[in-house]
Design a protein around this ligand. Structure first.
Ligand code: BGC
Length: 739
């Protein structure tokens, strides 16, 4: 949710400062006979049971909702022990139960400026996912967890795993992929990294919150099988891997009911089918009822108590909501606190280590950068280059970050914290890094790119031109088109007309179109690169790092190739970068439906294959400064794995992401290949390795709505292996029995 009018900020700062002494958490008290739940040798459920037994009705009610808007809204009260994050749930000191201090932390800890703290800006989540490296995802989460802990928080709100169904969605930079397996594995590992710091992790926004336009009211419609096999599958994988403390239900409706009062997605799928033991918290003001929401499986209202405060107490007293259900909500919250260690190992404040954070962010970005084009091997550039001009994108000083509740405050940035709705640049200077580190003997100049003719002139005078194009995206708004904003296509056209040795570096929230792609020599996809972005970029551009990222999303050539050529509900009236709140959805918000049955299971690359459309760049694609060859595929009996030989046929060492896809038998009704596994492999120049990619039987199964269960069909399965969804040199068919 947004930070509003900054005039209230000084008050909040004072409140937070004065409360500082009381926030410092002291180590958990040793168990006494009176507090047997403090015994860490007992399991979390037993401990929660013992503690809840001592709680009054009022204390239980206090735990199942937040304390109000706090620092997020001008004039809202801020409790003494509130740590300045998006949410605060006061604990019960008499029972030794600590407060829950929740901070938005999708790409780093939000809101540090208010208390003069520092937080590392990581590359965007979509970038991290482009590494296809679960270890990078874990590192990503562990940076967030470490810095939350350093700042006195004990719960993260992040872990966006919504599928990139809508490539113009303003929050795609917070999400991982259009593919449910890649998204689930990467975000699950991210949440594991967060929780490795004794921080309660969260996975959000459950579910089908795949566009921002109309997000508070839209009804996302998708049939059960497709829902299970796509968006829900991503959540299932992430939740299964991380066992997070929290799952945040989203603002939108899902097949009629709001996601935060949706019995099917919450009770039936999440809690019953997947056995989720943590708690469901609503997105901020995403709760719409008391009894309906409580009975459907919502466990905590955020940020306030409109439905789960006094009204819930009355509902329990009059029996509309059974006492046992309230106890279950409380149990889920308290057992998660024990389970994730926030009671036994409360956060201990210290100064965030900005150097470690920057190094980690750089390492992740170096794996995330995707080399999309390299004609005439223009890259890597040589340190002997004579003259290079950098153009546009504020590349003289900084890199771009994404907006909304994922916004991290920039060092030296806006006093009081970032301003909602405004692009924030971070001080990581490509110009300086190239000039001082990568090519100290070359003449490196900068042109802001604001005057096309001037930029072309600057380009004509240099050996190489590097144009930095940017697409700022944010929560609360979608892009009306895939086109780059602010006439940047014309800028690239003008530069490449003046200098054929043009390289384009893209800093973007999600897929964009590139009408100039055939003309430029190099295209480097950098996403929002994070605080180590400039170093990572310089290392890739000059070959110190061999690029290895692969696209986690399809880049369409044009909007009209997408299943939804226009963002549903985004009207001319609202235009590009319109805030959600301004979207006109008529008198009855339920009339505003996003029909995801248009593509159903054919999300992203599957749509392009099934409809025989050529994307600009396909899912899974990414070049290297070396080359790889695939040979000798053997699929294990029962398709439990694919084994093949991977050879580095070029002159440089590098990482290759080897991808395995499966096409189900015709009876499955899925006329497209689906990602079923991958492995990131490091190979020296000329080296070969036998690679085995395990295949999870789930990924070869379909969801049967008749049986309400996953099962494998009998028939012929085609297994394909290669370096991109559109380049799969190896294939083998295997006949499998039903399972
Ligand atoms: C966003 C959530 C965020 C919450 C609290 C909402 O607007 O959708 O992702 O965690 O605000 O800031």
């Amino acid at each position: 949710m947004r930070f509003s009018n900054p005039t209230w900020l000084p008050l909040v700062c004072l409140a937070v400062l004065f409360s500082r002494a009381s926030i410092a958490q002291t180590p958990a008290p040793a168990p006494t006979p009176a507090q047997p739940w403090m015994n860490p040798s007992l399991d979390p459920d037993t401990r929660a049971g013992l503690l809840i037994h001592e709680m009054t009705l009022d204390e239980k009610i206090r735990l199942v909702h937040g304390d109000g808007w706090g620092v997020l809204r001008a004039g809202a009260p801020v409790a003494a022990r509130h740590n300045g994050g998006a949410g605060f749930v006061p604990g019960i000191p008499r029972l030794g139960l600590p407060d829950i201090n929740l901070a938005d932390s999708a790409v780093g800890v939000r809101g540090a400026a208010r208390d003069s703290r520092y937080a590392t800006l990581l590359p965007s989540v979509i970038g991290m996912a482009a590494s296809w490296d679960p270890e990078a995802a874990h590192l990503y989460g562990s940076v967030i967890g470490r810095e939350l802990r350093d700042q006195g928080y004990n719960m993260s709100i992040g872990g966006g795993v919504d599928l990139i169904r809508e490539p113009r969605n303003g929050r795609n930079f917070e999400y991982a992929s259009e593919d449910p397996i890649l998204a689930g594995v990467m975000v699950g590992n991210l949440a594991l990294g967060v929780q490795s710091n004794h921080i309660m992790g969260d996975i959000k926004h459950y579910v089908l919150n795949d566009q921002e336009t109309g997000r508070n009211t839209l009804n996302a419609v998708l049939d059960k099988r497709a829902l299970r096999e796509t968006d829900l599958l991503g959540f299932k994988i992430a939740i299964g891997l991380a066992n997070p403390a929290g799952v945040m239900c989203s603002y939108n409706r899902v097949n009629g009911d709001y996601a935060c009062e949706n019995d099917y997605t919450l009770n039936q799928v999440l809690k019953h089918d997947w056995g989720f033991h943590g708690f469901v918290l609503s997105d901020w003001e995403g709760t719409h009822s008391t009894a309906k929401a409580a009975l459907a499986g919502l466990d905590m209202e955020q940020p306030g108590d409109k439905y789960f405060g006094e009204p819930l107490k009355q509902a329990v007293l009059d029996g509309t909501v059974p006492q046992a259900r309230l106890d279950d909500m409380v149990h889920r919250i308290v057992r998660s606190m024990f389970d994730k260690g926030v009671i036994d190992n409360p956060p201990v404040r210290r100064v965030v280590d900005p150097f470690q954070g920057r190094d980690d962010a750089q390492k992740i970005e170096e794996e995330s950068i995707v080399l999309l084009q390299n004609r005439d091997s223009i890259l890597p550039l040589s340190a002997q280059e004579k003259s290079i001009v950098l153009i546009g994108g504020h590349a003289d000083a900084s890199v771009l970050s994404g907006g909304g509740s994922a916004q991290v405050d920039a060092p030296g940035g806006h006093p009081g914290g970032s301003v909602w709705g405004k692009a924030v640049y971070f001080p990581s200077s490509p110009l300086r890094n190239i000039r001082e580190q990568a090519a100290p003997d070359a003449t490196i100049t900068y042109d802001p790119g604001t005057d096309t003719a001037q930029a072309a002139k600057a380009a004509a005078g240099a050996q190489v031109a590097i144009v930095f194009v940017t697409q700022w995206m944010s929560e609360g708004q979608d892009a009306a088109t895939l086109s780059l904003p602010d006439n940047q296509d014309a800028l690239v056209e003008a530069v490449v007309a003046a200098n054929p040795n043009t390289i384009v570096v893209v800093e973007n929230g999600g897929p964009v179109t590139m009408p100039w792609s055939a003309k430029v020599k190099g295209i480097v996809e950098a996403w929002y690169p994070g605080i180590g972005g400039a170093q990572a970029l310089a290392n890739v551009l000059f070959g110190k790092v061999n690029p290895s990222g692969k696209l986690p999303v399809t880049f369409a050539a044009r909007d009209s190739d997408l299943p939804h050529p226009h963002v549903t509900g985004l009207t001319d009236k609202t235009g590009n970068n319109a805030l959600t709140e301004k979207v006109d959805h008529g008198d009855d918000p339920r009339n505003f439906t996003v029909d995801y049955n248009v593509e159903g299971m054919m999300v992203g690359y599957r749509w392009f294959q099934a409809k025989d459309k050529q994307p600009l760049f396909p899912f899974g694609f990414g070049l290297s400064y070396t080359s790889f060859a695939y040979s000798g595929l053997t699929v294990a009996p029962d398709a439990t794995g694919a084994t093949f030989t991977l050879t580095n046929t070029g002159a440089r060492a590098g990482d290759e992401v080897a991808e395995v896809y499966v096409t189900l038998p015709d009876a499955g009704g899925e006329p497209f290949r689906k990602l079923a596994g991958w492995k990131r492999v490091w190979l020296d120049a000329g080296a070969s390795q036998t690679v085995t990619v395990p295949l999870d039987p789930l990924y070869l199964s379909i969801y049967s709505t008749d049986k309400d269960a996953w099962h494998r069909l009998a028939g012929d399965y085609k297994i394909e292996v290669g370096g991109s969804s559109a380049d799969l040199p190896l294939h083998q068919s295997i006949t499998l029995a039903a399972k």
